[in-house]
Design a protein around this ligand. Structure first.
Ligand code: PLP
Length: 378
């Protein structure tokens, strides 16, 4: 069973366990509580012990081919290597593409509620958020609703597949519908697949590269090992830039201005994709158990709370609308129960009664979190 040790977690300096102080149980930012795979830690330790910390193309060059092998093996899709680039993070790639392809004032579609940095990236760069609400309980992407939201100044759409925070894996039909609308309106698709490898059986990740390959010429796909293998601080990601209009931004941008992942981040990512699959299988078993626990505890101990089992991610989207803390569940739970969830309103203005719970933790810590949340509702 995947292990998360409370004593160890209380000593680490990462933001998840330090932001809210020692009495709070954190279930917010998307880091896991599990110790990373020993294969990854051993590879990193060996590099450090050898003092081999200079420029090292032997370590960094295999990054793209290793990701392509992984993607082909797991997701049945292999784009050409010469269209791929390495980056320090998925948001890094997304914003390079956004800045290159759009002008200040242009509209960029997001499907809300949505991972908040997308909205921030659009707004801080002077672009305009075009908000399309996904409606529960099934949160399907409706092409007609999407198309109706567009105006002539809309130039791009951010697709988050699988979706954070809703945990949806969009179907082939939904992706094809999206691709058709993008074709009709000449929209760039910024396709964030950072969660592609945390999909729960019987669901399967479906890349737009597989479901709608005809849309690849207008797509930039971002991927990483960071969410899947608990490596977010290692700063390493990859991009497939299918759009030939956007590719020059990645290919010709001065290398030092563009930045690149570190040797150690690349090594961690490569080791994850080649050696840590058993670790991942064990973690995914734990996540399935944790979803059962949440479903049971919500049904038994949290009257009025709504939870829909996510198809992907380790994020549970909880709706507190029919409870006494509906006005601001995040702050009620933080103040009265000592649990830091992620605040619904960050994901969209219609989500103030919701909160996101990161359940990538042990049985013990998850039950402590759920005990505290349940106590706050009675
Ligand atoms: C959907 C999504 N995209 C991007 C990121 C951040 O990725 P990075 O650190 O590679 O920029 C996250 C982090 O949780 C995420 O959930």
């Amino acid at each position: 069973m995947a292990h998360a040790d409370l004593d160890r977690l209380r000593t680490i300096s990462g933001v998840k366990w330090t932001r809210y102080g020692p009495d709070v149980l954190p279930a917010w930012v998307a880091d896991m509580d599990f110790d990373p795979a020993s294969e990854i830690k051993d590879a990193m330790k060996a590099l450090i012990d050898s003092g081999d910390l200079g420029y090292n193309p032997d370590v960094t060059d295999p990054l793209i081919p290793t990701w392509l092998d992984w993607n082909e093996r797991n997701h049945g899709w292999r784009p050409p290597a010469e269209e791929c680039f390495s980056l320090t993070g998925t948001l890094h790639g997304l914003e390079i593409a956004l800045l290159h392809h759009t002008e200040p004032g242009d509209g960029v579609v997001v499907f809300s509620p949505i991972y908040q940095p997308f909205r921030k990236g659009i707004e801080t760069n002077g672009r305009r958020v075009v908000d399309v609400q996904l409606a529960g309980p099934d949160w399907r992407m409706d092409p007609d609703q999407f198309e109706a939201a567009l105006d002539p100044g809309t130039k791009a759409v951010i697709l988050c597949q699988p979706h954070n925070p809703l945990g949806r894996v969009f179907s082939a039909e939904e992706l094809k519908g999206l691709a058709d609308v993008c074709e009709r309106h000449d929209l760039l698709i910024l396709n964030d697949e950072i969660w592609a490898d945390v999909v729960h059986e019987p669901n399967q990740h479906l890349s737009i590269g597989k479901a709608a390959p005809e849309a690849l010429h207008r797509t930039v796909t971002l991927a990483a090992a960071s969410k899947t293998f608990n490596l977010a601080g290692m700063r390493c990601a990859v991009a497939h830039v299918g759009s030939s209009a956007v590719r020059p931004a990645f290919a010709n941008f001065p290398a030092h201005q563009m930045g690149s992942p570190s040797t150690i981040g690349s090594l961690a990512t490569i080791t994850a994709f080649t050696q840590a699959t058993e670790w991942l299988a064990e973690v995914k078993r734990q996540l399935l158990t944790n979803m059962d626990t949440i479903a049971r505890r919500v049904a038994d101990d949290m009257p009025g709370v709504e939870f829909h089992r996510p198809e992907a991610t380790y994020l549970a989207w909880l709706d507190f609308s029919n409870t006494k803390i509906a006005d601001d569940p995040f702050n009620h739970i933080l103040t009265n129960a000592g649990v830091a969830l992620d605040q619904g309103s960050k994901f969209g203005e219609q989500a103030t009664s919701c909160a996101r719970l990161n359940f990538a933790t042990s049985d013990k810590i998850l039950n402590m979190i759920l005990d505290r949340v349940a106590g706050c509702l009675s």
